[in-house]
Write a protein that binds this ligand. Sequence first.
Ligand code: AMP
Length: 267
Amino acid sequence: MTFEELNLAPAILAAVLEQGYENPTPVQAQAIPAVLSGADVLAGAQTGTGKTAGFTLPILQLLQGRERVGKAVRALVLTPTRELAAQVEESVRTYGKNLSLKSAVVFGGVALNPQIKRLSAGVDILVATPGRLLDLASQGAVDLSQVEILVLDEADRMLDMGFIHDVKKILALLPAQKQSLLFSATFSDEIRALANTFLRDPQHIQVTPKNTTVQRITQWIYPVGRNKKKELLAHIIQSENWSQVLVFTRTKFGANSVAQYLADNGI
Ligand code: AMP
């Protein structure tokens, strides 16, 4: 399948092709037609599957094709973390660069006022973390009464981080008549219960079977004794000439000791 076959507007297609993407990922191939059809969607997709474009592209297309009335938010994307919120909004900007839709991102831990100002100018697509969005809503800084499309991104992480009550409060501020999409890597009973409260006859999309790894990342295992782990790590980094590496350790102590070892070895 190609992006051309997905019936995206030329302005959106151009932005996608400019990213160098040749073919839609499985979640995109399924989610884009579903969202364009106006259906609610319940999607099982991990990060790395291309899910962000999977909802961003059709949302841009739907909004672009409808008239904006007033300044209220038209599409709301909720994410569990600021990093993800910023990333999603970056995607909205990238894919929407040839359109006239406005986007904004709001999250906690930074000043409220610039966000209030940004919102008052009118925003089509708002990407937000739940706590900050509620703050803004309670101050009357954001009008959620006209939301046409809602996305709950990484819903499982949102619940893990204790946002269930905030999410429910936000849902209560939205119009009943809207299109809703829920993306989650895993599906606990709690997620299903939440999904049942606001998704209407959703199309189910499942691209990652439970407990599998992300397809687009190749993984290797190096069996090695505990006392040789740091040495092996340094060896791989040096022999592969890697310049950007993320190392995870089980403990803080382990993290310090790995960092020290790498530094001692000129990495
Ligand atoms: P996501 O799962 O949305 O976080 O996306 C993971 C990564 O895949 C991002 O870096 C995207 O830029 C990239 N990506 C998204 N769609 C495609 C595609 N169709 N082909 C190649 N890469 C893509």
